[in-house]
Ligand binder design. Structure first.
Ligand code: PEP
Ligand code: MG
Length: 582
């Protein structure tokens, strides 16, 4: 009999998920992993058998081709690999995993190799322990065969898949992209922070997730029943039937509430006192526009273009070409049917490296990130600017620049945009010559030197995720300091309120596109500060609209003025609580 236990972590994506645990070993994240249907099991088994046979032939060929004077160890080495390959642990066990867990071949193989490697790790005899490397090398050979062979199987077919909960030590944003078109119903990771990009992608997939659940991947076993309460950050492992019933009821209630919110889609987004508020969506890919429209978005407030650049492995396709980018931007602007699409130029670096193996900086969040990276790689930046400009001929596009802090960075960026325009003009390619250009305000220096930005730019967008990270000097990805990540810190409120007020006074449009904009507990506070444009992941649009429809600015504004003059955290928290019932 198993015992139920509860784990606590950081809630990052709301809702209740109930399902069986699927543990992902780190290596498994490097290969495709998906569930196959029962009727596809034998085809997948034979795919793996073919790969095993091909490696057998490969080893035989290497053996035959060994020069006569080759050292004897070489032959012995190949023999060991051939023996490993025919051992039931490699030749049969992964086939069983395909048959019993419905994993695709690559995933089944990597799972088995990981399990074997872990067993070898524990062997005391140093010589035998070394054999772990041989097993991994044989595994890699088979994987190469598998990935080289065409996989004709559809990827998202199993009826049980919606009840699968991924448990992993960590999942990078690029890994997370693999889950976009698969049916996983929740995520749990040992590490990670509330506003890491992995958490942001989980939210945009609208899948309950809890991160920073220390040792989850060690304590949870494959196939355990799991409940994730994504609102509370609670994970219940092997719940008692009565607990399961309670959570099922809560899940059904949440679904009913969401359905009710659906009725707000067509209602104009105005406060009780009649002030209109613009609701925009954050997206990672052009396909996400569907969700933005479902949530009644007035446009796209943040297209995180870097996701088009991430998770690409083959060197030839390492960076998307101008044409590929142009097609993606054009797709988004056409999908939004005349509503504005704000495309943010590449915000690469920090927890979103283009190539995960290339991370070198000790403090990547303070390093060559976003616009700094783009200005250091002018050719790549020019390709992106040209693609965005070309797409602007097909509908309203706004150009948003991340991580600016210096005047010369703004000026250099503007010069590059002008250069891109001149090139297109010379080539007689159409674009919107008056494309609005805006800056993310996400470094405290930018908020504190706002007139420098107001003077040079058409609009501003507050990136609260980074603004909080840099103001409080806490890594947004590090769960060990996650408790210090506080949007209500007086310093944060000071920067937000002064930035919003200054932009309003100068009549420069300003939005918030960080996660605060989609947090219903912050809606009234931001409205009270004067914010009239919110950009968030599409799943939150209607919940935030609900708050707006029930807000009265004549009450919120004076109450908020008092809050931003308060410097005692407890008093701030209580006053923000009171805003919710004003
Ligand atoms: C932000 O920093 O608030 C933001 C919206 O950008 P990102 O989360 O992509 O860094
Ligand atoms: Mg940011």
């Amino acid at each position: 009999m198993t015992t139920s236990f509860t784990l606590h972590g950081i809630p990052v994506s709301r809702g209740i998920a109930i399902g069986r645990a699927h543990l992902l070993a780190p290596a498994a994240l490097d290969v495709q992993h998906y569930l196959i249907g029962e009727d596809q099991v034998e085809a997948e088994v034979s795919r793996l058998q073919c790969a095993l046979a091909a490696v057998r032939t490969e080893l035989q060929t290497i053996w035959n081709d060994l020069p006569k004077d080759a050292p004897a160890e070489l032959g012995a080495f190949i023999d060991v690999h051939a023996l490993i390959l025919s051992d039931p642990m490699i030749a049969d066990m992964p086939l069983d995993i395909i048959r019993t867990r419905y994993y695709n071949a690559e995933w089944a193989l990597v799972t088995q190799i990981e399990e074997l490697s872990a067993q070898f790790e524990e062997i005391e005899d140093a010589y035998l322990r070394e054999r772990k490397a041989d097993i991994q090398q044989v595994g890699e050979r088979v994987l190469k065969q598998l990935t080289g062979s065409a996989n004709l199987l559809p990827k998202n077919v199993d009826g049980d898949a919606p009840h699968m909960i991924v448990v992993s030590h960590d999942i990078s944003p690029a890994d997370m992209l693999q889950f976009r078109d698969r049916s996983f119903s929740g995520f749990i990771t040992d590490v990670g922070g509330q506003n890491s990009h992995t958490a942001i992608v989980a939210r945009s997939l609208d899948i309950p997730a809890t991160v920073g659940v220390s040792f989850a991947s060690t304590l949870i076993d494959q196939g355990d029943w799991i409940i994730i309460d994504g609102d509370a950050g609670v994970v219940v492992v092997d719940p008692a039937p009565i607990v399961l019933d309670q959570y099922r009821e809560k899940q059904a209630r949440q679904l009913r509430d969401r359905k009710k919110l659906g009725k707000l889609k067509k209602m104009p987004s105005v406060t009780i006192d009649g002030t209109p508020v613009t609701l925009l969506a954050n997206i990672e890919f052009p396909d996400d526009c569907v969700h933005a429209l479902e949530g009644g978005a007035h446009g796209i407030g943040l297209f995180r273009s870097e996701f088009l650049f991430m998770g690409r492995t083959a060197p030839a396709t390492r960076l998307p070409s101008e044409e590929e980018q142009f097609q993606s931007y054009k797709q988004a602007v056409i999908a939004m049917k005349g509503r504005p699409v704000t495309i943010r130029t590449l915000d690469i670096g920090s927890d979103k490296p283009i190539d995960e193996d290339e991370q070198t900086s000790l403090n990547p969040a303070l390093g060559l990130r976003a616009i700094r990276y783009c200005l250091a790689e002018p050719q790549m930046f020019m390709t992106q600017l040209r693609a965005i400009l070309r797409a602007s001929a097909f509908g309203p596009i706004k150009l948003l620049i991340p991580m600016l802090s210096h005047a010369f960075e703004i000026d250099q960026t503007m010069a590059m945009i002008e250069q891109a325009k001149a090139q297109l003009r010379a080539e007689k390619i159409k674009f919107d010559a008056a494309i609005p250009i805006g800056a993310m305000i996400e470094i405290p220096a930018a908020a504190l030197a706002l007139p420098m930005f107001i003077k040079r730019l058409d609009f501003l967008s507050l990136g609260t995720n980074d603004l909080i990270q840099y103001t409080l000097a806490i890594d947004r990805v590090d769960h060990e300091v996650a408790h210090l990540y506080n949007p209500l810190h007086p310093a944060v409120l000071y920067l937000l309120s002064t930035t919003i007020a200054m932009a309003a006074k100068a009549e420069v449009p300003i939005s918030v596109c960080g996660e605060m904009a989609g947090d219903t507990r912050m809606t009234r506070l931001l409205l009270g500060m004067g914010l009239r444009e919110f950009s968030m992941h599409p799943a939150q649009l209607l919940a935030v609209k609900n708050e707006i429809l029930n807000s009265d600015l004549t009450m919120l504004e004076p109450a908020t003025r008092k809050i931003v003059r308060t410097f005692e955290p407890k008093a701030i928290a209580e006053a923000v609580e009171r805003l919710q019932v004003l």
